[in-house]
Design a protein around this ligand. Structure first.
Ligand SMILES: [Zn+2]
Length: 133
């Protein structure tokens, strides 16, 4: 995806959009943390905002509060490599997510967690709705 095509949250404005967007992010992983697999309670910026990371779907992943807090302002890929629960398949999933290939990311997460269930099979629809906004 080209940077020119990126949808910037700031352009999307109101709170309703923001809430829908956040929900769709959690739905991609079946509401589980992309790093450790626990229930996701927050949205984490893979590249922190202070390092120029944008609030786009590509840079925002579902994360539990513990991972989000622990990672803080670090680059997620570096931080993740040092974690006890590090899983190379998840690392690949994070990379794919960053590149905007959510379908590949979700497949890798399913591989990392056989119990993974997509609660909403319409995720592709959600994605296109988001892009159309
Ligand atoms: Zn976590």
């Amino acid at each position: 995806m080209h940077i020119d095509d990126a949808v910037f949250l700031e352009d999307l404005c109101p709170k309703f959009r923001l809430r829908q967007w956040r929900k769709s992010i959690h739905r991609f992983t079946g509401k589980s943390c992309i790093y450790c697999g626990k229930p996701s309670e927050s949205i984490d910026h893979v590249i922190p905002r202070c390092q120029g990371g944008l609030s786009t779907t590509e840079n925002c992943v579902p994360a539990c509060l513990s991972c989000n807090g622990d990672k803080s302002d670090e680059n997620a890929l570096y931080w993740y490599r040092r974690q006890k629960f590090y899983d190379p398949r998840r690392a690949m999933a994070i990379r794919a997510w960053l590149e905007g290939d959510l379908r590949l990311a979700i497949r890798l997460l399913q591989w990392a967690n056989p119990n993974f269930k997509i609660k909403n099979k319409n995720y592709e629809k959600d994605e296109s709705e988001y892009k159309a906004a």
